[in-house]
Design a protein around this ligand. Sequence first.
Ligand code: HEC
Length: 160
Amino acid sequence: MQPLLRQQRRILSLGSLMLLVATGPLLAQETNTLRGQSGAVASGLTLYNQHCAECHGLNATTPQAEAPDLRRMDGFCRRLKEPSLKADCTADVDRYFLRSVNEGKVRAGVVHMPPWKDVLTRDEVWAIRSFVETLPADPPRRITSVDAQRATQSAQGLRP
Ligand code: HEC
């Protein structure tokens, strides 16, 4: 009984290790690999004005009625204080950004944004996101519920 259990456990951990090895690089590609790189930021600006500006506004700083202001996408994450929470939040936005751009946006059968997956490479999408990320966001309208909860906990002495 004992050896069998141990063996099963070994097989299990080997299985999860293999899963990690298999999905690790895939997951990594789902998040911005070019963040903060000056070359990517520069080409991102060019690509943005070429493909996205007509709806999202020139230089991503002139919001129009046609499409959302992309600077606002990171507003929630920027306001989070805890680094690991902020990183998770940014990774979520990365995945949402990539999916939105690749697949485009269709609502009630109307194409609001065309899909870009056959037009832009993944690196080009990350270059655009890296460019947008360098722009200062508009001032926050309010603090997040997570930060508010933390602030209350510190005030009550429940947090350092
Ligand atoms: C033809 C107009 C048009 C073009 C061109 C366009 N978009 Fe969009 N985009 C939209 C509209 C409209 C929405 C909102 C659609 C919705 O939510 O249903 C949108 C949504 C998005 C979203 C999701 C934003 C959010 O806050 O939910 C992202 C990200 C995005 N666009 C990025 C881009 C990028 C990057 C480009 C250039 C490669 C681009 N778009 C080109 C019209 C456009």
